[in-house]
Write a protein that binds this ligand. Structure first.
Ligand code: ATR
Length: 280
């Protein structure tokens, strides 16, 4: 019963944050791995983020996750930023180190790649051209992840073309900006198509995209998880393409954060998947 283990506290700072699935994921693992502690919602107004981040150490937190709208602003509030997070330009995880220093990480890239590997263990980033739709915050993590894994050609299509061009310039080869109007043609010979736009999300319009030119073996991934099957994934599945929804990225991005705070790399069990799916 009684243990000598310290009570480990973590949480997620966001605004709003009430709908975050992170407490359900992390508290499941805390229980599953016999840890003593809790993972809580931390509604933090943007103007109070500096106070909240500085308060982590005083409150005895092991660290926290950051979600919308704090992922970029928090970068200037930590003492050290992991090189991958710096390339992405955002942090989603803070770790309070033993000496009290705050380290910033981004686990979204890991989460994205791992979600593809969970679906296709032999997946390779260099299997062929990749088309990425969207050039927002989520897109940056996906692009950096794919580039790090060796993708040779990343065609980036975004409604606002200047954003795609800016990202292509920042990340350099293999990222090339492709005009939004040419997104249908940009599917010719791809090995992977990724949707990082909000189109197809519950309450939003579906993505207007012709899959006609896309090879039947191309993997189609959507980082949206509400609904689990977006119109894009449904259309891809109907024509025989393998698909990956956004739940895997959500679950997998949580794993390295938990490992930092609790010292155990947690696994995604069918039970955890069902638990989170029931909340969607
Ligand atoms: P996230 O952090 O989830 O990436 P974001 O930074 O707001 O969110 O990015 C949203 C993405 O969805 C952007 O690429 C956006 O395109 P713009 O840069 O042109 O705004 C894309 N998006 C949102 N609504 C869209 C629409 N109706 N048509 C096309 N793209 C859209």
């Amino acid at each position: 019963m009684a243990t000598n283990k310290n009570y480990t506290l973590a949480g997620v700072m966001g605004w709003p944050v009430a709908h975050s699935r992170s407490p359900a994921i992390h508290n499941h693992w805390i229980q599953h791995y016999g840890q003593t502690g809790a993972y809580v919602l931390l509604p933090v107004q943007p103007d109070l983020l500096p106070d909240a981040v500085r308060g982590l150490r005083a409150l005895g937190f092991a660290g926290c996750n950051l979600t919308i709208p704090h992922k970029v602003a928090a970068m200037s509030l930590v003492d050290r930023i992991d090189p991958l997070a710096r390339r992405i330009g955002a942090i989603n995880t803070i770790v309070v180190e033993k000496d009290g220093a705050l380290s910033g990480y981004n686990t979204d890239a890991f989460g994205y790649i791992q979600s593809l590997l969970d679906a296709q263990p032999n997946w390779r980033a260099d299997a062929g051209p990749v088309t990425v739709l969207g050039a927002g915050g989520a897109s940056r993590a996906v692009i950096v992840a794919l580039a790090e894994r060796g993708a040779k050609e990343i065609r980036l299509c975004n409604r606002s073309g200047d954003k795609a061009q800016a990202l292509a310039q920042e990340f350099g080869a293999p990222v090339q900006a492709v005009p939004w109007e040419q997104r249908h043609e940009a599917l010719a010979d791809v090995a992977l198509l990724v949707n990082t736009t909000s189109l197809g999300m519950k309450g939003q319009e579906p993505l207007d995209l012709s899959l006609e030119r896309m090879p039947a073996h191309a993997l189609v991934s959507d980082i949206i998880y509400v609904p689990l099957e977006t119109p894009l994934l449904a259309a891809a599945r109907q024509r025989g393409n393998p698909t990956v929804n956004g739940l895997g990225m959500l679950l997998n991005q949580a794993r390295p954060a938990f490992a930092h705070w609790f010292g155990v790399m947690p696994e995604i069990t069918p039970e955890l998947r069902r638990l989170i799916e029931a909340t969607l």
